[in-house]
Design a protein around this ligand. Structure first.
Ligand code: UDP
Length: 405
């Protein structure tokens, strides 16, 4: 089958850890590879954000990336990309015509990609699948006035949910949110992300560390909702342990980054500065080394549409202490593979971390169960196989050219 993935702001080839480059980039890359492994041909359309990017770039067997010229050829924050989506969709449609290549199905990632996907696919009758990755309604609920998303985002998401042929949710919590948004349950498929169990393994090289000091690792884009500040505050009740934070700008730029500087100041205020280390962005191929060097992963997100990081830690046999939100409610089994705590509660987080840090046997038991759960329930092959069935069922029901739902 020919599959067009649309991922407007998140290129599968981007460096991760920056404000707008994280889970979606990796999801699109790994999912596309897994689909190609099943024999599909995948083209990923993402916005061209550097002058030196060619239009087409091979990514692997059966997968290529198309850098779409829409808006300036430089980084533009994703919240400012909406005005370029029409140009994006029109370009993709023309490219299919000029190249004499038409997908059997288009799969859009993030709401704005949905707009481009519908514009390019609907006139030629190609079915559209939508994965939101994050929902504006959830963001608005948690971030309120700090939410910089376009004002019309929630309305657009409702319209996209009603227009596409299938919406893929990544966790139970998202299914509930989508139903609240008005998407009929029959049009929602629950297909969680996977984890690359060949790369993320307990055995292999690990980052050097002090063997006498427990290491609590936290990983993510350096944005407030990832809860790094709560992890730092929690360190007050976890004496002796070291907190390592991976993500954000490259290490050499941390000193100039306002968010990183704020976290460092907070650590000093909490009197834990000598036990908090900010590493900056780590290339994705080095991530397993960091997980392997940790005793516990702390994922203190205020909300989390899915959360690949906890799953990667689990695949490395590391127990997880996570906020009881979003995808972590499904991936982390409280009392079996880790501990779930209320979000934005540094005391509860600290107590849960301390309990695990102080209990080697429990850590081992949780780590073993976490590894087993990641491997058995969250492979990319499973996700790709389930998606293939969804794609196939939609192709069978393909609308006549030009028909609108
Ligand atoms: N990541 C990385 N280098 C970094 C920080 C993060 O490779 O310096 C990766 C991390 O391993 C994970 C992804 O970025 O695969 C973050 O995904 P997650 O779902 O946890 O968060 P999101 O970015 O989607 O909010």
């Amino acid at each position: 089958m020919r599959i067009a993935m649309i991922s407007e702001h998140a290129s599968p080839l981007a460096e991760l850890g920056g404000v707008d480059a994280g889970g979606q980039n990796l999801h699109v890359a790994d999912l596309s590879t897994a689909l190609a492994d099943l024999g599909h041909e995948v083209r990923i359309y993402t916005r061209r954000d550097a002058e030196d990017q060619p239009v087409a770039q091979p990514m692997g067997d059966g997968v290529s990336v198309v850098n779409v010229p829409a808006g300036p050829a430089r980084y533009v924050p994703k919240d400012l990309l909406l005005p370029h989506m029409k140009e994006f969709g029109d370009w993709v449609g023309e490219h299919w015509r000029d190249d004499n290549w038409q997908p059997d199905v288009t799969h859009a990632h993030f709401w704005m990609s949905g707009l481009a996907a519908i514009a390019a696919s609907r006139p030629i009758g190609v079915p559209v699948v939508q994965t939101f990755h994050a929902l504006g309604s959830v963001k608005r609920r948690h971030q309120g006035a700090m939410d910089t998303s376009p004002r019309l985002r929630i309305g657009y998401e409702r319209a996209i949910g009603g227009a596409v042929d299938r919406v893929v949710a990544q966790c139970q919590d998202e299914v509930r949110e989508l139903i609240r948004l008005g998407v009929p349950r029959t049009r929602i498929s629950l297909i969680p992300s996977g984890v690359d169990a060949e790369r993320f393994t307990p055995d292999g090289p690990a980052q050097t560390r002090d063997p006498d000091r427990p290491v609590i690792l936290s990983v993510g884009r350096m944005v407030e909702r990832k809860g790094f500040a709560d992890v730092i505050r929690a360190m007050r009740v976890v004496p002796n342990a070291e907190c390592v934070i991976v993500g954000g700008p490259p290490g050499a730029e941390l000193g100039r980054d306002p968010v990183a500087k704020g976290l460092q100041a907070l650590a000093a205020e909490c009197d834990v500065a000598n036990r908090v280390r900010l590493v900056g962005a780590v290339p994705r191929e080095d991530m397993p080394r960091w997980y392997r060097s940790a005793d516990v992963l702390a994922s203190a997100a205020w909300y989390e549409p899915f959360g690949l990081t906890p799953l990667e830690a689990m695949a490395c046999g590391v127990p997880v202490v996570a906020s009881a939100v979003g995808g972590m409610l499904d991936t982390v089994v409280d009392g079996l593979t880790g501990t779930l705590v209320s979000p934005r509660d540094p005391r509860a987080l600290g107590k849960a971390l301390r309990r695990l840090v102080d209990d080697r046997v429990r850590r081992l038991a949780y780590g073993t169960a976490a590894l087993d759960r990641a491997r058995s329930c969250y492979s990319w092959k499973r996700a790709a196989t389930q998606l293939s069935s969804v794609y196939a069922s939609l192709c069978r029901l393909r609308r006549p050219t030009g028909a609108v739902a």
